[in-house]
Write a new protein. Structure first.
Length: 154
């Protein structure tokens, strides 16, 4: 197995926009494509990385509207309902958060669409599919920052 540090250092901030990006990264790391993929898979299995994923810049991809939706989900249904909500392709984020004395909403989603009506339609479909009718929508007005998480280990 290839040294994981060498593989992780070879992963670029922006993936190559080519037909076989893993092959291109492997060439730069001096390993085979198979070795690169096996090492990443091993790191994921061991819990050292969660995933290698694309970051969608939704506005550039014509998804010009997004809403954060907060949902009041019964504790015993959070796992099941969260999985259903996360399965919608329009949902980019789905989190469980703690409740407190002034805030009863415990599941948060980010819903993206090409229009505000499209976002609302998606939220209605999620509500129908899950049976959760207690929710609030918060439309984004402006984006101040959107980056992928980069860890600098010196």
């Amino acid at each position: 197995m290839v040294a994981p540090d060498n593989i992780l250092k070879a992963i670029p901030y922006d993936f190559p926009l080519t037909e076989r990006p893993y092959r291109d990264i492997a060439v730069g790391a001096g390993v085979s494509e198979k070795e690169l993929i096996e090492t990443l898979s091993d790191l994921r299995t061991r819990g050292l990385i969660r995933r290698v994923a694309a970051i969608l810049h939704h506005r550039k991809a014509t998804y010009v509207c997004n809403v954060m939706v907060v949902w009041r989900v019964p504790e015993e249904d959070v796992e099941r309902i969260g999985q259903v909500m996360a399965s919608f392709p329009e949902v980019s984020h789905c989190y469980e958060r703690g409740r407190n004395s002034y805030w009863e909403y415990n599941v948060f989603t980010m819903v993206h669409g090409r229009s505000s009506e499209g976002c609302v339609d998606t939220v209605k479909r999620i509500s129908t599919e899950t049976g959760i009718v207690d929710f609030q929508l918060f439309a984004s007005k402006r984006e101040f920052k959107k980056t992928s998480l980069m860890v600098n280990n010196g």
